[in-house]
Ligand binder design. Structure first.
Ligand SMILES: O=C(O)CCC(=O)C(=O)O
Ligand SMILES: [Fe+2]
Length: 298
């Protein structure tokens, strides 16, 4: 079943609503909202309320909440750990993936064709956001992870802001150290930029908008939404949902990525401005050009 629906709500006055999604209902009853032009999918009720409760209990069995944690985002890492100094997987650092994650892996929508067909995530970051906490706008590293990025929300929902990256993000990525030293959770941090300078040909650009991620929903980012847009969550205590101010509750998410190995590492996306693989090529070319100039001067 395919139909066009009015834009989902949850908008802030300064942001435009998300573009209209294509809505499909799977046989298992999951409603899917899809934005094919930018490679974004939101699957509703991906997990059951019982699974949700199990995940919350399992998270706090490892990280009990203390009053000191009331403002801080807390992260737990499972699966392969990425080593940003060697740009490879540190095989000695692998944390067993809990059953509450492996139980739903077979239900994840994966590519059915192309070079990443059948590819499943093997790196998992479970995070708790206390009310008021957010995550700065960023583009997840391009070259090190497979194209599909997954984010499962539970505990409560939150609006995620998407913004076409521009000159600010491109500049940040080229600052010394930034290009090689991403944050420990695999992200390149960037400030929200206003300009839309990396408009790749043939890509539909929706400058800045936010999408409500309800509890138990699964977000899948591919294509432009993965490579060209920043995503982030505002640090705020309330959100406007359907024009009503709603208090934020604690939210949990599982970010899922697949780690690229050896020859797979790299990226040929349409967004070179915010592509770490392109930045490395630029730096290597600059080093080579510097070496040639030096040799010529001798
Ligand atoms: O909490 C989320 O849904 C997103 C987290 C995220 O963007 C990340 O870990 O890279
Ligand atoms: Fe991210």
């Amino acid at each position: 079943m395919i139909s066009q629906a009015p834009s989902p709500s949850g908008t802030q006055p300064h942001l435009i609503p998300p573009p209209t999604p294509v809505i499909t209902a799977s046989t298992s009853g999951n409603i899917r909202h899809e934005w094919p032009a930018i490679g974004l999918t939101l699957v509703h009720e991906f997990i059951s309320p019982a699974e949700e409760q199990e995940m919350i209990s399992a998270f706090h069995a490892i990280s009990p909440l203390s009053p000191a944690d009331s403002k801080r985002r807390i992260s737990q890492h499972f699966g392969h750990h990425f080593d940003y100094t060697t740009f490879g997987i540190d095989e000695s650092k692998h944390s067993p993936v809990p059953a509450y994650i492996t139980n739903f892996l077979d239900r994840l929508p994966v590519d059915t064709d192309g070079k990443e067909a059948g590819r499943k995530p093997d790196q998992f970051t479970v995070q708790y956001y206390p009310p008021g906490a957010g995550i700065p706008p960023h583009v997840d590293t391009h070259s090190m992870f497979g194209e599909a990025l997954y984010s499962l929300s539970f505990g409560s929902g939150v609006p995620m802001i998407f913004r076409m990256s521009g000159e600010n993000e491109a500049r940040k990525l080229r600052l010394p150290k930034r290009s090689l030293q991403e944050s420990s959770d695999g992200n390149v941090n960037g400030k929200v930029g206003g300009e839309i300078l990396d408009k790749a040909e043939g890509v539909v650009v929706h400058p800045a908008w936010e999408l409500m991620l309800p509890a138990r929903s699964l977000l899948v980012m591919r294509g432009a939404s993965r490579y060209g847009y920043t995503h982030g969550i505002r640090p705020r205590k309330t959100d406007a949902v359907d024009g009503i101010t709603v208090k934020r509750e604690g939210r949990y998410s599982i970010t899922m990525r697949s780690v690229r190995r050896g020859e797979e590492i790299g990226c040929d996306c349409l967004f070179p401005g915010v592509c770490d693989a392109r930045v490395r090529q630029e730096q290597e070319a600059a080093l080579r050009a510097g070496g040639i100039k030096k040799a010529e001067a001798q």
